[in-house]
Design a protein around this ligand. Structure first.
Ligand SMILES: Nc1ncnc2c1ncn2[C@@H]1O[C@H](COP(=O)(O)OP(=O)(O)OP(=O)(O)O)[C@@H](O)[C@H]1O
Length: 276
C-alpha cells in the first residue's frame, strides 16, 4: 500500500506527542519505527492505523476502488502516483479499515476465556457475512501457520506463555489479511529464534509493514527503511545503513556505539559501548 504520512501531529495531555511527521514508508516492505521510550512510536502507529484522529496533517492511503470515501486531492506527487485518489485513514469506515489495516498493539494482560482459534477468528470479523460466517474458512489456520502457532490452535488463551500469546496476536493481525500491517514491538517476549522467524516472515510478506522496534540490530538486519522518532518528531529516515550512525545514536539514545558492517550481509551491526 502506498502510505503517505503528511505533517501528522496529535496533542495529548496538553502537548504535541507526535509533531509534524512526514514520511513515506516504502510499499510492500518492512519499515522499522525506532526511538527511545516515550518518543511517540505507539501514538504514531495508532495515528497510521486510523484509530486516533490527528490534530494536524493526515495519514493518506489509496481510496478503495469504486468507494465513495472522502478523498483528498492528491497532495502526494512525490509517491509517483499522480492523480491517485487518496483518503485520510481515520475517515475510513471501521469495517473497511479493518480489512485494509491491522494493528498489533503491545500485549495487554487481559485474560479472555477464548481458545486460540477464537482469538485469531476475531481478525476475521471484518469479512464475516450478516450471518456471522467467514467466507474463507481456512484463513484462521493459515494465519496461525504463518505465525508458527498452528500447534496452539485448540489451547485456551489464558494458559499460553508470553511468547505463545505474542505469536497468536501476530496470527490475529495476519488473519485480517491487511494491505498495511502495523506492529508495536512484535518481538516482545519472543526467544531469539522466534524473533528472527517473525521478522523474516514479515519482511518477505510483500505487505507494507511498519514495526516499532527497540532492538537496533534487528532493525538493521531486517528493515528496508527506518524512521527514527525523538520527542514526537521525525529526526531521521532512510535505509538502516544511512540512518544508524554513531552520531545519530548518540543524539537520539544518548549512547556511544561502533557501527560495523556485517561481513556476509553488508548490513550495519551496532556494538553499543556505553552511555554517552
Ligand atoms: N493519552 C495520553 N495522554 C497524555 N499523554 C500521553 C497519552 N498517550 C501517550 N502519552 C505520552 O506521549 C508520549 C509518547 O507515548 P508513546 O506510547 O507513543 O511512546 P513510545 O515511543 O511508544 O514509548 P515506549 O517505547 O515506551 O513504548 C509519552 O510521553 C506518553 O506518556
Amino acid at each position: 500500500m502506498e502510505l503517505t504520512i503528511s505533517g501528522v501531529g496529535v496533542r495529548l495531555g496538553g502537548r504535541w506527542v507526535v509533531d509534524g511527521v512526514d514520511a513515506t514508508p516504502p510499499a510492500g516492505a518492512l519499515t522499522g519505527l525506532l526511538g527511545p521510550n516515550g518518543a511517540g512510536k505507539t501514538t504514531l502507529l495508532r495515528l497510521v492505523a486510523g484509530l486516533l484522529p490527528p490534530d494536524a496533517g493526515a495519514v493518506l492511503v489509496p481510496a478503495a476502488p469504486g468507494s465513495s470515501e472522502r478523498t483528498s486531492s492528491d497532495r502526494s506527487s512525490s509517491d509517483g502516483a499522480p492523480g491517485a485518489r487518496r483518503t485520510p485513514v481515520h475517515t475510513l469506515d471501521r469495517r473497511l479499515r479493518a480489512r485494509r489495516v491491522a494493528l498489533l498493539e503491545q500485549e495487554s494482560s487481559a485474560t479472555v476465556p477464548l481458545t486460540v482459534r477464537e482469538v485469531v477468528a476475531l481478525g476475521r470479523i471484518p469479512y464475516r457475512s450478516l450471518w456471522g460466517t467467514d467466507p474463507d474458512d481456512g484463513a484462521v489456520l493459515r494465519a496461525l501457520r504463518a505465525a508458527s502457532a498452528a500447534h496452539l490452535v485448540d489451547r485456551t488463551w489464558s494458559t499460553l506463555s508470553g511468547g505463545e500469546r505474542q505469536r497468536v496476536h501476530v496470527a490475529r493481525a495476519l488473519a485480517q489479511e491487511p494491505e498495511l500491517l502495523l506492529l508495536d514491538e512484535p518481538t516482545n517476549h519472543l526467544d531469539v529464534s522466534a524473533q528472527l522467524a517473525l521478522l523474516a516472515f514479515v519482511r518477505d510478506l510483500g505487505v507494507t509493514t511498519v514495526a516499532a522496534l527497540h532492538d537496533l540490530n534487528l532493525a538493521a538486519a531486517f528493515c528496508a527503511h527506518v524512521l527514527v522518532l525523538a520527542d514526537g518528531r521525525l529526526v531521521a529516515a532512510g535505509p538502516p545503513a544511512d540512518v544508524l550512525t554513531p552520531p545519530l545514536l548518540r543524539e537520539v539514545y544518548g549512547v556511544d556505539a561502533d557501527v560495523l558492517v556485517h561481513p556476509r550481509t553488508g548490513r550495519p551491526v551496532i556494538a553499543l559501548t556505553g552511555r554517552a
